[in-house]
Design a protein around this ligand. Structure first.
Ligand code: LLP
Length: 390
C-alpha cells in the first residue's frame, strides 16, 4: 500500500509528507481503497455461501470507516452499547448486528433488544437469565446464540487467545448443551445460533477447522434434541502481515476450511466477525522526530507518537514496521524509536536498524489501522489522535 516515488513515501497517489503537513502529526491515515479491497475479499471469499460479514467494530470504529463498510453491505459485531449506537448511526442494519462480550449490562441489553439486533452471543448463564428477564419486561423474544469455547489453541499471542479454557470468554463446551436446553425452555428467548471466536492475528487457519469440528458435533446434538440452529458464527481472527515473514491466509482460505466441515448444512447462515483483517493494513500512523539522544550504549529516536496513540507495542510487544517518509541517506543505527510519555514502555519499535533522522522529519508506522486509534487514550493529557481517510 505504501510506495516510494522519488524517495518520497506515498499512500496511493498521496504523498504522506503532504498529509503530515496539512493535518499535523501524530495522524492516522486510512486508505479507502485498501479498506474496500479488504472487505471485498470477504464478500468474494464467501460469495457462494449464505453468509453475513459482521465487521468487528472494536478494531476501528471511525464513523467514516463504518459508513463505507455499511455501504459495502457489512453487518457488525459489537461489544457495547456505544458500538451499537455507532453501527446504527453508520447505517448498518440491526438485522445484521451480533452482540458479543462477557459483561453486557442491563441497559445495553435493553437498548439492543429495542433496536431489534440479529442476536446476542451469550457468554454466561447469568447473562442469559438477564436477557430473558429484560426481554420479558419489554414483551419481546431475544434471539440468542451461545459463544461456546471450543478449547482450541489458535497459536497466537497469549493476550489475544480466547478459545482456550481458562479465559473469561464464552461458555464451556461441556456446559453448552445443558445451557441450550434451558435457554430453549425460556419464555422470552429464541435460540437461533451458535458462536465461537478462538483468537486474533491467526496466521494459520487450521485451528478454525478444529473449532468447527467440535461446534458441528454440538449442532448435531442440539438439532437431534429439537433445538434448531440457523446461524453459525465463526468469529473473527484472521491475521495480517506485520512482519516480512508473516504469511497471512485469505478470507477464501478461511471459508474453504470452515466449509469443509459446515457445507453439509444447507439451511444455515455463516457469520464472520473480522476486524483486523479489514482495517489493519489499510491504516498507518504518521509521526515526527522530536529529538535524538544516546544514553550509555543505547540510541534513542524520540518521536511524537506516544503509547497513548498506539499502545500495541507496549501492551503486546507487538511489531510494527516503521519507514521514513522521506528516504534518508543518514547513517543507519540500531535504536529504540520511542514516544514522549513518561513510561519506560513507551515505544514504537525496539532495537530497530533505522536512519538517525533529524528533528522534524516524518515517519510512518505500518499496519496501524486496527486496534490503533481504537485503543488510544488521553494519557499524559494528550488529545486523542486524529485520523483521516483518503
Ligand atoms: N469477535 C470477537 C468476539 C472478538 O473478541 C474479536 C476480537 C473479533 C471478533 C475480531 O477479531 P480480529 O478479526 O480483529 O482478530 N487489541 C488486540 C486485539 C484484541 C482482539 C479482541 N477480540 C490487538 O491489538 O492485537
Amino acid at each position: 500500500m505504501l510506495k516510494y516515488k522519488n524517495n518520497e513515501l506515498y499512500i496511493g497517489k498521496t504523498a504522506l509528507s503532504k498529509l503530515a503537513k496539512k493535518y499535523g502529526t501524530p495522524l492516522y491515515v486510512c486508505s479507502k481503497e485498501k479498506l474496500t479491497s479488504n472487505f471485498k475479499a470477504y464478500i468474494d471469499g464467501f460469495k457462494d455461501t449464505d453468509s453475513i460479514i459482521c465487521y468487528a467494530l472494536k478494531a476501528n470504529s471511525n464513523e467514516n470507516i463504518l459508513k463505507l463498510l455499511s455501504k459495502l453491505g457489512a453487518g457488525a459485531d459489537i461489544v457495547s452499547g456505544g458500538e451499537l449506537k455507532k453501527a446504527l448511526f453508520a447505517g448498518i442494519k440491526a438485522q445484521k448486528i451480533v452482540y458479543s462480550g462477557v459483561g453486557k449490562t442491563a441497559r445495553e441489553i435493553e437498548y439492543a433488544l429495542k433496536s431489534n439486533i440479529l442476536m446476542f452471543n451469550v457468554e454466561s448463564f447469568e447473562e442469559l437469565e438477564q436477557i430473558n428477564k429484560i426481554a420479558g419486561k419489554l414483551k419481546k423474544k431475544a434471539r440468542i446464540s451461545f459463544r461456546v469455547n471450543p478449547d482450541v489453541d489458535a497459536h497466537t499471542h497469549k493476550h489475544i487467545t480466547t478459545g482456550k479454557f481458562g479465559t473469561k470468554f464464552g461458555v464451556m463446551y461441556e456446559d453448552a448443551f445443558g445451557f441450550y436446553k434451558k435457554a430453549a425452555a425460556m419464555k422470552n428467548i429464541e435460540v437461533v445460533g451458535i458462536d465461537s471466536h478462538i483468537g486474533s492475528q491467526i496466521l494459520d487457519v487450521k485451528p478454525f477447522k478444529l473449532a468447527a469440528e467440535k461446534i458441528s458435533k454440538l449442532i448435531d446434538k442440539l438439532e437431534a434434541a429439537g433445538i434448531k440452529i440457523k446461524y453459525i458464527d465463526i468469529g473473527g481472527g484472521l491475521g495480517i502481515k506485520y512482519k516480512k515473514e508473516d504469511k497471512p491466509q485469505t478470507p477464501a482460505d478461511l471459508k474453504k476450511i470452515v466449509m469443509s466441515v459446515y457445507s453439509k448444512y444447507k439451511d444455515k447462515t455463516i457469520i464472520v466477525e473480522p476486524g483486523r483483517s479489514i482495517v489493519g493494513d489499510a491504516g498507518i500512523l504518521l509521526g515526527q522526530i522530536v529529538y535524538r539522544k544516546t544514553t550509555g550504549t543505547k540510541n534513542f529516536i524520540i518521536t511524537n507518537i506516544g503509547m497513548n496513540d498506539l499502545i500495541r507495542p507496549a501492551l503486546y510487544d507487538a511489531y510494527h514496521n516503521v519507514l521514513p517518509v522521506k528516504k534518508s541517506s543518514k547513517k543507519q543505527k540500531v535504536a529504540d524509536i520511542v514516544g514522549p510519555i513518561c513510561e519506560s514502555d513507551d515505544f514504537v519499535a525496539k532495537d530497530r536498524k533505522f536512519p538517525m533522522l533529524e528533528q522534524g522529519e516524518f515517519i510512518a508506522v505500518e499496519c496501524a489501522g486496527a486496534y490503533g486509534r481504537a485503543m488510544a487514550s488521553e494519557y499524559n493529557s494528550r488529545p486523542i489522535v486524529k485520523e483521516v481517510i483518503i
